[in-house]
Ligand binder design. Structure first.
Ligand SMILES: NC(=O)c1ccc[n+]([C@@H]2O[C@H](COP(=O)([O-])OP(=O)(O)OC[C@H]3O[C@@H](n4cnc5c(N)ncnc54)[C@H](OP(=O)(O)O)[C@@H]3O)[C@@H](O)[C@H]2O)c1
Length: 304
């Protein structure tokens, strides 16, 4: 491991060596919104697959645990997830940083506004804290941004952002809007670190929050102790009295612009995920993890 302690080692980058005051906070500034938002939030993709009352209870338990950043989308269950979120946050709207997304197929200027109004009705609220373009589609970014800006003027959204945008898309939307998006939501987990090459530095430079979706990855391999990298993760977790998933989430949060939105229906999973916010990894352990789960070469933005 001597190489990874060398400040010239490629993994010893700015994010890893940054003073971790911001990283210690369970809330952090959400991009240029100036809002303090929970670093660990709750995803809602497929929450409608299970019993509705269990899904509502899980979201409320998450709020009790401080997982107050809720991510949803008109796409999820064709509106069913938003309806469940609406029921879960009823009477608790003020606690929540609420994010939803417009489908690219709806993202004309008029379509964006119409989709947002339907989303607000399903969520039972009069505003979103941030509204995202789910991914780039056939409509010109200028049209979507015009829709966002109109919604913002009307107080229906407090900020807007994007999802699944690579560096060139981020440059383009910033040029179109005359300001950087509030956030970019992208695929990011300990086994999928490609965004660290370009997208994360771009977000850091432009005051854009980077929201990591699928932050626990799509496989249990990092957590099963069967491979060498997994054993490193388990070893580090044991040293902190933490779980491997807490360490894996915390690893992503070391850069102060990052937020994670794991989806958990199981209450024990919620408790575990909430615990990741308070963990503080040493620089040596971050470097061990970075070496065990290398970021690999630069490539086009991965997405689900
Ligand atoms: N913008 C986009 O294009 C995009 C794409 C994908 C996802 N997203 C957003 O990101 C959110 C998270 O991504 P995701 O749902 O794909 O994946 P994820 O959060 O990485 O993983 C969810 C899965 O992990 C399980 N899980 C959660 N916490 C756990 C824990 N502590 N221990 C063991 N298992 C645990 C969940 O089980 P239980 O449910 O049984 O607890 C669920 O099966 C989505 O829900 C959605 O809001 C956005």
């Amino acid at each position: 491991m001597s190489d990874s302690n060398d400040p010239n080692h490629p993994e010893a980058d700015a994010a890893q060596n940054r003073p971790s005051d911001a990283a210690r906070q369970t809330t952090r500034p959400f991009g240029n919104s100036q809002r303090a938002v929970a670093a660990v939030g709750q995803g809602t993709w497929k929450i409608e697959d299970r019993d509705e009352s269990a899904a509502i209870d899980a979201l409320r338990k998450g709020l009790d645990l401080g997982l107050t950043h809720i991510d949803t989308a008109e796409m999820y269950g064709s509106g069913a997830a938003e309806r469940i979120v609406g029921k879960a946050i009823a009477g608790r709207r003020d606690e929540v940083f609420l994010v939803s997304k417009v489908l690219p197929s709806n993202a004309s200027e008029r379509g964006t506004r119409k989709a947002c109004e339907a989303t607000l009705a399903r969520l039972g609220t009069d505003h979103l804290d941030c509204y995202l373009l789910h991914w780039r589609g056939r409509y010109a970014l200028a049209d979507t941004v015009a829709g966002f800006e109109r919604l913002q003027k009307e107080g229906k959204i407090l900020a807007w952002g994007v999802s699944n945008f690579d560096v060139a898309d981020l440059d383009e939307v910033t040029a179109v809007a005359g300001a950087a998006p509030c956030c970019n939501q992208v695929l990011y987990h300990i086994e999928e670190r490609a965004i660290e090459h370009g997208v994360l530095p771009w977000c850091a430079a432009h005051g854009t929050a980077l929201v990591a979706y699928t932050p626990l990855g799509q496989s249990t391999a990092p957590f099963d102790g069967r491979t060498k990298p997994s054993r490193v993760l388990l070893d580090i977790a044991a040293a902190y009295g933490a779980t491997p998933r807490q360490v894996a989430l915390r690893f992503l949060l070391e850069a102060p612009e990052v937020f994670v939105i794991p989806k958990a229906a199981n209450p024990q999973h919620l408790v575990e995920n909430a615990g990741a916010a308070e963990l503080v990894l040493s620089s040596a352990d971050r470097q061990r993890l970075a070496a065990a789960f290398p970021r690999g070469p630069r490539r086009t933005l991965p997405m689900l």
